[in-house]
Design a protein around this ligand. Structure first.
Ligand code: NAD
Ligand code: ZN
Length: 351
């Protein structure tokens, strides 16, 4: 069985969710593009596991495929790898009517998407997410990026994919911690937008309901993106746990993976919000219980000053404000605009 979620954006696209789709993705892709030439971009862990199957399916659908493999890991989500992907596309003489297929986790999707967004001023790309996180979050919404030395995702573009094909069967090879990264963003979706979904996640084993859970994640994200694709307002709510989460990633030199950092960031934001009176009592306890149930961390090993410095970068000299997301209740969130002093107080109350 295959689920289909329609995403309304500046360019509409479908998200297909099911088991075994890596073997049939070629036909689905051929249905949305007239091009018969594809550059498959994937990382060194995913390539030996799944690239063959995707190449075979694309070729079966009449496509000519060339494959670029980069070394796996967030530390390679940088300008060097991004530049190498662009050079590969040029060497392979991809034209504006050809397309890129991103096979892998969020690192691959964000970086191959950014390469597609900028190669010859933008060519089509397809997302083939293989992590639970990429399927449930990063492959949808059209945000593409690489990290700079100054911080996460600082160079990027809004560039919607043509199609997202999610084969939940690929999650079977994920290390438990990497699976848990996706659970963190899943809990986030429940916490900010859907109390019933959050309650479900607290009762049912997620692995027993994978296509349904991915589908609900995609629906929640798609609804937000349809309203505010370029993050002028409502989309900011998807950043719950991310202001301090990104700071943790940066402080750790990206040794703490994104999902784990967000999990801790949600605990920190909930503690600060409860102490500062934005969230009702019990919010922090609910977030901690959710993390514990799903083998996600709840403790931060950095000080408020370290987090504040990492979160503000240059901004503290220039002044300005930062939006943080707080829960008004489980299932409903809002943003709070903080100046630099406010953010310092928030970071202090978070620990
Ligand atoms: N664009 C967005 O809206 C958005 C949203 C959330 C996160 N992100 C970004 O996504 C990234 C995190 O994504 P991620 O957690 O998928 O990281 P990732 O892409 O680094 O994948 C995690 C690890 O799992 C491996 N892997 C991938 N699929 C596998 C499989 N099926 N079996 C075994 N191993 C597999 C990868 O090689 C990697 O080592 C971060 O850079 C984050 O900033 C972007
Ligand atoms: Zn995230």
């Amino acid at each position: 069985m295959m689920e289909r979620v329609y995403v309304r954006a500046s360019r509409d696209y479908d998200v297909l969710i099911g088991a075994g789709l890596l073997d049939t993705c070629g036909g689905e892709i051929a249905a949305v593009t007239a091009s018969r030439r594809c550059a498959l971009v994937t990382d060194s862990t995913v390539a030996p596991l799944y690239a063959r199957r995707v190449e075979a399916s694309l070729r079966k659908a009449g496509m000519d495929v060339c494959t670029y493999v980069f070394p796996a890991g967030e530390q390679n989500k940088n300008l060097t790898t991004y530049g190498a992907i662009l050079e590969f596309l040029a060497e392979q003489k991809l034209t504006r009517s050809d397309f890129v297929a991103a096979l892998g986790g969020g690192v691959t999707g964000d970086m191959a998407g950014f390469a597609a967004a900028t190669y010859q001023r933008g060519i089509d790309y397809i997302q083939l997410p293989t992590t639970f996180l990429a399927a449930s979050d990063s492959s949808v919404g059209g945000k593409t990026a690489v990290d700079l030395a100054a911080g996460k995702n600082l160079a990027g573009a809004f560039w919607p994919p043509r199609l997202v094909v999610c084969d939940c069967g690929a999650f079977s090879t994920l290390p438990p911690d990497t699976f848990a990264d996706g659970v963190a963003e899943t809990l986030k979706h429940g916490l900010i937008a859907d109390r019933d979904f959050f309650d479900f996640l607290m009762k049912e084993p997620i692995r027993d309901h994978l296509p349904a859970v991915v589908k609900r994640n995609v629906e929640i994200k798609a609804a937000v993106v349809a309203e505010d694709e370029r993050e002028q307002g409502k989309r900011k709510l998807l950043n719950f746990g991310h202001t301090l989460g990104h700071a943790i990633e940066k402080c750790s030199g990206y040794a703490v993976p994104h999902g784990h950092a967000v999990a801790i960031g949600m605990v920190l934001a909930s503690r600060a919000a409860e102490r500062l009176g934005y969230s009702p009592g019990g919010t922090l306890a609910a977030v901690i219980a959710a993390n514990v149930r799903h083998n996600l961390p709840i403790k931060c090993s950095y000080t408020a000053t370290e987090l504040y410095d990492a979160a503000t970068g240059d901004k503290k000299r220039r002044g300005g404000t930062i939006d943080v997301v707080v829960l008004e209740e489980i299932g409903r969130a809002r943003t709070v605009e903080l100046d630099m002093e406010g953010l310092r107080a928030f970071a202090e109350a978070a620990l």
